[in-house]
Design a protein around this ligand. Structure first.
Ligand SMILES: [Zn+2]
Length: 265
């Protein structure tokens, strides 16, 4: 990932940047004009009006209309929703109109900006350049063990007849193996979902309990789904360690940053 300095600084995946003529994508940060409360999530951390204003600032910066956004309810499941033109704008201006029940979205339609909100969970962005289709996913530990990243790949295959080998993926900033100590319930679920957990559940001298490596788990899920490892870019940025740039629930934040992706018209 690279940091781009702008009025609202943002990150971009280098593998997705290559398609900048066709796709707009970015990872927002918590900073804007010396204020570190630049949240894009409607969870009462900032007023709904304030969040809409922040979303408008990002839309202006990337030159699209704020009713292009689609925000999902994000329920820590693994449902992938196809976004047609009727769903454009869902959740853009209020929490109650967010796309219900889902954590991932897929579309080929232009001017629809898919958003994965996060503050330790993993935002994942997808692009199939052959079919010019995009997807977003929000993967916390639950979505990760439910292999939501693999469900997105299946949706590409089902809807667009995509070849997994063509799909480009960016695994965004989230809580890293440096900080993500987890309890027995998580460890059990990881062991149920993954055959080999050697690189997923690791002991860390900082903690009494093991850590769960969300980045590696999502990477392995994608490879298992047929994605070429060379086409996966992992940000390798921990939200808690990089708390001045990203919101982190474990650091006590209630704001949200996001992964955004949109096909240009
Ligand atoms: Zn960390």
């Amino acid at each position: 990932m690279i940091l781009v300095n702008a009025p609202t600084p943002f990150y971009q995946f280098e593998n997705l940047r290559k398609f900048s003529d066709r796709v707009t994508h970015f990872i927002s940060t918590r900073n804007y004009n010396n204020d570190s409360r630049f949240t894009i999530g409607m969870n009462e951390y900032l007023s709904e009006k304030g969040v809409i204003a922040n979303r408008q600032i990002l839309a202006n910066q990337f030159n699209f209309a704020p009713n292009s956004y689609v925000f999902a309810e994000q329920v820590h499941g693994n449902i992938v929703e196809f976004i047609n033109s009727q769903k454009r704008g869902m959740g853009a201006f209020s929490k109650s109109t967010a796309l219900p029940h889902s954590d991932a979205m897929i579309t080929h339609l232009p001017d629809i900006c898919l958003v994965a909100q996060a503050a330790d969970c993993v935002p994942i962005l997808f692009y199939d350049p052959v079919n010019n289709a995009i997807a977003s996913a929000h993967a916390g530990w639950k979505g990760t063990v439910l292999k939501i990243a693999g469900e997105v790949v299946k949706s590409f295959q089902k809807i667009y007849n995509s070849k997994p080998n063509d799909i480009i993926v960016g695994i965004g900033p989230s809580i890293g193996p440096c900080c993500y100590e987890v309890g027995d319930e998580v460890v059990e679920r990881v062991k149920e979902s993954f055959q080999n957990t050697d690189k997923l559940v690791i002991s860390n001298p900082k903690f009494s309990k093991p850590v769960f490596n969300l980045w590696e788990a999502n990477f392995e899920t994608l490879v298992e789904a047929g994605i070429n490892p060379k086409n996966i870019e992992v940000a390798n940025m921990c939200t808690k360690c990089n708390n001045t740039e990203f919101f982190s629930a474990r650091a006590g934040d209630r704001g949200r940053f996001g992964g955004f992706i949109m096909i240009k018209s």
